[in-house]
Structures are given as structure tokens and as C-alpha cells.
Design a protein around this ligand. Structure first.
Ligand code: LP5
Ligand code: MN
Length: 253
């Protein structure tokens, strides 16, 4: 019982000092205020395999320690996003956390919601869905994981670079969720509430599915680097309690 907190798309990496600091403060607050923490994807900017946690560079060791400290106080659930889809059982076990299934029904204070990262709803983005099918294939994953860590780091950097280039030429509509994909998921799950991240368009959206009023809530992405253009610092989380979902900005905390 008590409020459940959610955050996604923090995108922690080697050069995200400011964001990592904000996320550590958030984890401390969550540990004292939330009854559980759900992190449905893209907490990391790229995850190349759980064996990297063993040889963790200082920045990653620090981020992992903060998650572990939070998980020692409240249940923490980590989900896979499109950048950290290679997170596995070894990582979560080491953190004292649990792995969130890809799409999961969560009931909080009597409300049941369908929770996922959200990239699966972006069906208009054909190039992305092809990439997703490739990298979610177990044979591809074992091939990738059999490469050396330096090789995997370099491939991950290339993939991030190509993704950023590709995103500049895609329209906003293509990179948002597809309404039919969301409606289909709502029908299959039999819910009227969907929560996800990924699109970096935080907010509450109302939609009608077969005449039923439904809500789709989107979690914010984080960027708290001092290098960010003025006014572009952002990040936040969701609190779900008996009043339902609510979004909070980092600067309101
Ligand atoms: O992540 P973001 O916000 O930039 O964009 C996503 C989609 N892109 C991705 C790709 C990830 O960012 C890459 C994560 C790396 C994980 C590391 C481990 C695995 C390494 C894999 C090595 C092959 O998810 C983007 C969507 C956008 O969300 C909005 O929904 O549009 O989709 C794409 O950019 C897909 C591109 O259109 C095509 C694929 C680009 C990657 C090609 C990989 C080539 C690697 C080099 C091999 C020699
Ligand atoms: Mn994402």
C-alpha cells in the first residue's frame, strides 16, 4: 500500500553527470516516499549486456549503487526499453531488483493499468520496428553478447549515432504512438488505462475505444546536463495513489 512511483527514459550514460545526480536524488526521495518504484525502460542510454556491470566504469558503478540502495528499502522493478533491452536477470539480481515484463498489468489502489516502455506502439516507424525485431531475436542477442565488451561498446555507439541521425529525418507523427496499436492493446488487456514512456511527450491523453473513455499517460524523459540549452533541463516521474496517476516535474520537487 501507499503510492507507487514510476520513471523512465533517464538515459544514464558516461556523460550524463547532471542527470545522474538528479536521478540519485530522485531515488532517495522514492525510497522514503514510495511503496514501490517501477522503471519501465531506458534508464540507461545503452546496455550492452549484464557482464558490463562486473567491470563497471566509475559512473556506472555509482548509478548502480544508487539503484541498489533504493532497492534495499522498497521493491524496485526494472523494465527493458529500446536502448537497454539487453538488461537481464544477472543485473536485476545484483541490484536486488526485479525484472518488469515487457507489457504488464499493474493494479495500484484498485486501478489496473497496462504498463510498458511504449516503443511497441510506434508501428508507423517501420525502420524502427525492423530494428526492434532484429535485436529482440534470441539468436541475434546471443551473437551480440558473444562479442567482446569493447566491440559491443563500439557497436552500441554506432547504433546510437545512426538512431539520432535517423530521428532527425522522421516526422513527429511517425515517432509517436499509432492510435490503432494503442486501441488494440487496450482491447486485448481489457483495461482503460495505459502508461508508458519512450515518446518523450509527457502528459495525459484521453481516447475512446469501442465507446469507452480511456486514458493514456506518458512518462517524461530526463536531461539535466548543464550543457543543455537554457530552459531545456527536464525530467520527472509519475505518482499513482488512490487519486489515480499524476505527473511531477523535477523542478517542482
Ligand atoms: O533511442 P532513440 O530515442 O534515439 O530512438 C528510438 C529508435 N532507435 C533505437 C536505437 C537505439 O537508440 C540504439 C540503442 C543501442 C543499444 C545498445 C545495445 C545494442 C547494440 C546494437 C548494435 C546493432 O531504438 C528510433 C525511433 C525512435 O526511438 C522513436 O520511436 O525512431 O529508431 C531508429 O532510429 C531505427 C532506425 O531508423 C534504423 C536503425 C538504426 C540503428 C542501426 C544499427 C547499426 C549499427 C552499426 C552496425 C555496423
Ligand atoms: Mn525509449
Amino acid at each position: 500500500d501507499g503510492p507507487v512511483w514510476l520513471a523512465s527514459d533517464v538515459h544514464l550514460g558516461q556523460h550524463t553527470t547532471g542527470t545522474a545526480e538528479a536521478f540519485r536524488d530522485f531515488l532517495k526521495l522514492a525510497a522514503s516516499e514510495a511503496s514501490a518504484l517501477l522503471l519501465p525502460g531506458d534508464i540507461f542510454d545503452a546496455w550492452i549486456g549484464d557482464d558490463v556491470a562486473v567491470v563497471a566504469p566509475p559512473w556506472l558503478a555509482q548509478d548502480l549503487m544508487a539503484i541498489k540502495a533504493c532497492a534495499a528499502q522498497i521493491p524496485v522493478w526494472l523494465g527493458r526499453g529500446n536502448r537497454d533491452f539487453l538488461m537481464g536477470g544477472a543485473l536485476v539480481a545484483g541490484l536486488g531488483a526485479q525484472l518488469l515484463p515487457e507489457q504488464v498489468l499493474v493494479t495500484i489502489a484498485g486501478r489496473t493499468m497496462l504498463l510498458s516502455h511504449g516503443d511497441e506502439y510506434c508501428t508507423d516507424d517501420v525502420a524502427y520496428q525492423q530494428f526492434r525485431t532484429m535485436v529482440r531475436n534470441p539468436a541475434w542477442q546471443s551473437g551480440f553478447l558473444s562479442k567482446s565488451i569493447p566491440e559491443r561498446l563500439s557497436l552500441a555507439a554506432q547504433a546510437r549515432g545512426e538512431s539520432m541521425v535517423a530521428n532527425q529525418t522522421k516526422s513527429m507523427e511517425i515517432m509517436d504512438v499509432n492510435a490503432d496499436a494503442v486501441a488494440a492493446a487496450i482491447r486485448t488487456a481489457g483495461v482503460s488505462l495505459v502508461v508508458h514512456g519512450h515518446t518523450h511527450r509527457p502528459g495525459r491523453n484521453v481516447l475512446s475505444v469501442d465507446g469507452r473513455i480511456c486514458e493514456r499517460w506518458v512518462l517524461p524523459d530526463w536531461d539535466c546536463e548543464s550543457s543543455a540549452p537554457a530552459g531545456k533541463m527536464r525530467g520527472g516521474w509519475m505518482v499513482i495513489d488512490e487519486d489515480g496517476p499524476a505527473l511531477f516535474d523535477l523542478d517542482q520537487a
